[in-house]
Write a protein that binds this ligand. Structure first.
Ligand SMILES: *Cc1c(COP(=O)(O)O)cnc(C)c1O
Length: 227
């Protein structure tokens, strides 16, 4: 585990340096969906500071066993509004907000517990109809509406493009997400600034970093193939 994390961190640093970015500007989200708590514990002891989970119920179980570690928990899966209540209690950052309905529910639940919930908006940058995420051309309107919700703090954009393990095919989508972010930041929408770009996985994280990722979500390279 230590060696794997060392190699990934080194590759992240090299990708950042190769395009003149500070290595500190990219953080690793260790994607632990379906991974047993024992393996997650090893990763936390080897220095992982952010865990990414896809399923609320699974994360709730794991959280109980791993609560003593000072890790941040990020939600990266598809979130149903009826799970918003639990998501707000568990997660420091929710990467996958893609509708006003979900944003409103998260805002309501955050208000109940006196929290400002940090979120990212997930964009379907490739426009495939099977992918979750808001369409690129609807993102600005969604952000304007989210900016008015008092208990949400929007921090950036997330995407999950098609094609696995083909970084050069995915790269244009990463560049497009960054372009969209720059465009929206330029509008200076009240309460909306987008410093974070969550993009890049095991098969393409270096390309994502070169295109501006600040959060890379890596599972397989850390924990091995999921069963
Ligand atoms: C599973 C998953 C990842 C990690 O994928 P790997 O290829 O195992 O690194 C990243 N992001 C999301 C949204 C995922 O569901």
């Amino acid at each position: 585990m230590k060696e794997r994390l060392y190699q990934i961190t080194k590759r992240m640093q090299q990708a950042a340096q190769a395009c003149g970015r500070n290595a500190d500007s990219v953080r690793l989200v260790a994607v632990s969906k379906t991974v047993a708590p024992e393996a997650i514990r090893k990763a936390l002891e080897a220095g992982v500071t952010i865990l990414g989970e896809n399923y609320v119920q699974e994360a709730r179980e794991k959280f109980k066993t791993l609560v003593q570690y000072p890790a941040a928990w990020h939600f990266i899966g598809h979130l149903q509004s009826n799970k918003a209540k639990y998501a707000v209690r568990l997660f420091d950052l929710i990467h996958s907000v893609d509708s006003l309905k979900l944003a409103r529910e998260l805002d309501k639940q955050a208000a109940k517990v006196g929290k400002i919930q940090q979120i990212l908006v997930q964009v379907n940058i490739s426009g495939e109809d099977t992918k979750s995420g808001i369409a690129a051309d609807e993102t600005t309107a969604l952000l304007r509406a989210i900016g008015q919700l008092k208990n949400l703090s929007v921090r950036g954009l997330m995407t999950m493009p098609p094609y696995f393990y083909q970084p050069e095919k995915v790269r244009p989508f990463f560049a497009a997400l960054r372009g969209l972010r720059d465009e929206i930041d330029g509008l200076h929408i009240p309460n909306v600034s987008l410093p974070e770009l969550s993009m890049g996985m095991t098969g393409d994280f270096e390309a994502a970093i070169q295109e501006g990722a600040t959060l890379v979500r890596i599972g397989t390279a850390i924990f091995g193939e999921r069963t």
